[in-house]
Design a protein around this ligand. Structure first.
Ligand code: CIZ
Ligand code: SF4
Length: 314
């Protein structure tokens, strides 16, 4: 007969036994966030990966995030519950296609959003996250042309914010692109006291109706400090778990999404992030796989632009 596994107890036991640390992204399901040692966004998670003393990093997030952890801690074993957890932004920028594009702009500085493959990072001068993107763009002299990859919505936001004219790669996040400014406005009409807040991976019409725009950590902090008691949140639904925990007296709505012109019920859940489950997390910790491995030269060349980011945003 099948015995029922107490995942929380077993994960906590194995974690101690193996001196492993569980890093979880805010877009993971609530049960995974609750069993993690550290919960954060891309920047916080990479800072954490760089300084951890654990022997093994169990990364509850998507592949590019686990790769970043491996690049920053190459001597540690890095495992990911589901190796198929990709990202539409990562997919939009294959390294060979990008390399040919870059060759046409030999003098440009390449800034890549951390949501990209390790190979793309090797073609990058400075990596950024949504927390430090403005600072990183502004660190490049004004007379320098910049190529920004792979998120066109974040790039367009940064162009408006900094007055730059960066060349934008044509990639987008399938979740943030799905938010509907019209439906958000309709929801706001029903909840007039709710404040609309958005992640800059969202399209311009959504950002235009938001009263605060920020990274996932920025959005979480904003809901804690704002006097508003109700929010409409245009980012992946997983973040609501921490928002509700931090402000149990406040109300949160995930912004509505559309797909092919119809209201979508599940588009605010990232299908990649949500591939991870407690069961897969348990087996990943137990069996120490799937493991993230990268060639030495990729680790070396991808580390330089990440280190530059960590220096600039320190
Ligand atoms: O959309 C994502 O995957 C985000 C916002 C990641 C992150 O933490 O910056
Ligand atoms: Fe990629 Fe968007 Fe999913 Fe983040 S939410 S992992 S950017 S597809």
């Amino acid at each position: 007969a099948l015995e029922k596994i107490d995942y929380v107890a077993e994960i906590n036991r194995l974690k101690k036994e193996k001196n492993a640390v569980i890093l979880a992204h805010y877009y993971q399901t609530a049960d995974i966030q609750d069993v993690a040692d550290y919960i954060g966004d891309s920047l916080g998670l990479s800072q954490q990966a760089a300084k951890t003393k654990a022997d093994m990093i169990v990364f509850a997030g998507v592949r590019f995030m686990a790769e970043t952890a491996k690049i920053l801690s190459p001597d540690k074993k890095v495992v990911l519950p589901d190796i198929n957890a990709g990202c539409s932004l990562e997919e939009s920028a294959p390294a060979d296609v990008f390399s040919a594009f870059k060759a046409k702009h030999p003098d440009a500085v390449v800034i890549s959003y951390v949501n990209c493959s390790a190979e793309l990072k090797t073609l990058t001068d400075i990596v950024c996250t949504s927390t430090n993107a403005v600072k990183i763009v502004e660190s490049v002299p004004k007379d320098k042309q910049i190529i920004f990859a792979p998120d066109k919505n974040l790039g367009d936001y940064l162009n408006r914010k900094t007055g730059r004219d960066m060349i934008l790669w044509d990639g987008a996040c399938m979740v943030h692109e799905a938010f509907s400014a019209d439906m958000i406005t309709e929801l706001k009409a029903k909840h007039p006291d709710a404040e609309i807040i958005a992640h800059p991976e969202s399209e311009k019409p959504v950002l235009d109706v938001a009263s605060y725009i920020g990274s996932t950590t920025g959005l979480l902090k904003y809901t804690m400090s704002s006097p508003s008691k109700e929010f409409i949140v245009a980012t992946e639904s997983g973040i609501l778990h921490q928002m509700k925990k931090a402000s149990p007296d406040k109300k949160f709505h995930v912004a509505p999404t559309v797909k092919n012109g119809y209201a979508c019920q599940a588009c605010q859940d990232c299908p990649h992030m949500k591939l991870n489950t407690m069961e897969k997390l348990y087996y990943c910790l137990k069996n120490e796989k799937p493991e993230i491995t990268l060639p030495e030269d990729v680790i070396r060349d991808a580390k330089a632009p990440i280190d530059r980011m960590l220096e600039i945003s320190a």
